[in-house]
Design a protein around this ligand. Structure first.
Ligand code: F6P
Length: 321
């Protein structure tokens, strides 16, 4: 049971809705009579003692904002036991008894190691547009990012159709094809290439040529960055099909923007759950959503297992293409 103070931080790649989650953690802790500190710039801020007390006012005017007001960073030093000890000492200096970490796989791994080595209670909230945290089918920000991508696909189809071109759209996802396959289905793309499934580019090109011969005016291929460079794939596609091809690498535009209602709602619910659980003595768990319900997953299970891409999504993308 925590009676004095907790801290909240965001870490790894930012995602829309992280602010809503942090806001919920802060306001819940305060309403429980517990102080709450913000750790700025992720694990780097923990090491640099960039730790400040937050009030209810500190998180005003934030729910609609993308990014993270706490800042985030990728920190190599925290990957060493010495770095984590240094971070822990800074937490102790402020009387922080437990920590809420909002971030993806790598950030939660850092938290698991910190907890294992120092015993500090940790509760995780999955925040990444990649939707690749094990044990759950949703991570904060994936909905907004998917909407941004689908909006881009809609626009790209207009111009592809006008010129009878092929459009290759590269989306984020180094190890995970969730964003690619989801947006291929929701955006009505003809093909999707993801790191988890082997794709036959020659077959895709042959199919496209056949469809153009029958009168089709455009073809959209969504590529997850982890499956190969969109630019390279676009070159090969043009070479094989001899059809004018253009490539759009959406890049970091996918990570920004005002969070969707779904991301705001789920982030708020997870933030409250995480703060309440931490204060009432829980440790080493991650709260997430699975099949529409809040679930709690053991922190070590979440970071030691790899989430696989739902084969049903891959199948559906193919059937509907
Ligand atoms: O947020 C996760 C992620 O978006 C990956 O899909 C992508 O490969 C990576 O972050 C990019 O990270 P950075 O902003 O550090 O270049």
């Amino acid at each position: 049971m925590i009676t004095k103070a907790i801290a909240v931080m965001t870490s790894g790649g930012d995602s829309p809705g992280m602010n809503a989650a942090a806001r919920a953690v802060v306001r819940t802790a305060i309403s429980e009579g517990v102080k709450v500190y913000g750790i700025y710039n992720g694990y780097k801020g923990m090491l640099d003692d960039d730790i400040r007390e937050l009030t209810s006012r500190s998180v005003s005017d934030l729910i609609q904002r993308g990014g993270t007001f706490l800042g985030t960073a990728r920190c190599m030093e925290f990957k060493t036991p010495e770095g984590r000890q240094q971070g822990f000492q800074n937490l102790q200096k402020h009387g922080i008894e437990g920590l809420v970490i909002i971030g993806g796989d790598g950030s939660l791994t850092g938290g698991a190691l910190l907890s294992k080595e120092t015993g500090i209670p940790i509760v995780g909230i999955p925040g990444t547009i990649d939707n690749d945290v094990w044990g759950m089918d949703y991570t904060i920000g994936c909905d907004t990012a998917a909407n941004t991508i689908v909006d881009a696909i809609n626009k790209l189809r207009d111009t592809a159709s006008a010129h009878r071109r092929i459009m290759v759209v590269e989306v984020m996802g180094h190890h995970s094809g969730w964003l690619a396959v989801t947006t291929a289905i929701a955006g009505g793309a003809e093909y999707v290439i993801v790191p988890e499934v082997k794709s036959d580019l020659k077959q895709i090109c042959d199919d496209i040529v056949e469809s153009y011969e029958k009168g089709k005016r455009y073809s959209i291929i969504v590529v997850a960055e982890g499956a190969g460079s969109g630019i390279e794939i676009g070159k090969k596609v043009e070479e094989i099909t001899q059809i004018d091809t253009r490539v759009s690498v959406l890049g970091h535009i996918q990570r920004g923007g005002s969070p969707s209602v779904e991301d705001r709602m789920k982030a708020s619910m997870l933030g409250e759950k995480a703060a309440l659980a931490l204060i009432s003595g829980a440790s080493n768990i991650v709260f997430g959503f699975n099949e529409g319900r809040v679930v709690s997953v053991n922190l070590f299970d979440a970071v030691n297992n790899t989430k696989t891409l739902d084969p049903e999504l891959v199948r559906l993308a193919r059937v509907l293409a």
